[in-house]
Design a protein. Sequence first.
Length: 254
Amino acid sequence: MNIRWLASLLVFLIAGLGSSVLAGAAQFPQDATFTTLITTPRAIEGLTGDNAGNLYTGGVAIPSLGDTFCPVWRINPSSSPPSLILVGKLPTPCTPLGIAFNDIGDLFVADGANAKIWIFTLNAGTPFTAIIFVIGVPGANGVVFDRDGNLWTSDGVTGQGRVWKITGDGANCTPPNPINCVEVFRIQPMANEVNLVSGVGGVGRDVRALPPGVILVTATTRNAELNTVCPAPFTTPCALGSQPLVANGLAFNK
């Protein structure tokens, strides 16, 4: 009797799991096509949206072209053509990465290269210059808020795997005495000993600036060093091997 009950329970669980998987798959189109929405005048990375369907992203400044700030744009996909509106500025030096709203509509932008996260209130009429929300977050990339309004961020390509929780403004995550900040955990090291610093770290990829198309992924090598002789048709310098995972994006489940 117990065996029969257990078998029935297993069948019920498997059937329920299968239906939930199918329901999730039904949310996505099976024959989706992709087109370019808009071309920005500067390189971008982070992307987020508001409740009105607008998108937001930050562009990297090019000082040699006279840029004095990193732009943050609002993109309206519904306009024809889609509009690109400046709504905020990050003071240079700046490298905008992850971007996210809090519950009251302030926009936060990670700046890992400068170990900061910026904050500003949107204003398309007179774009505000962002102010610093937190310092001491080297590599900061992904940004996300929890249900209590705390900001979480990752340490990107630094190779340490740190994930911080920032509990208020004026925060400083620099050890040994952080302010309004706590390092909650570290992602375990993976196949990336080239990023070890004094034996610590190992998370992330090798940081390199390479022309597109010069990374050859093989089963036995990775991009641990630059090569002076590259397989055709690539030209030097190039890197052999794969790129291990990076502590970048963050997200909470429900």
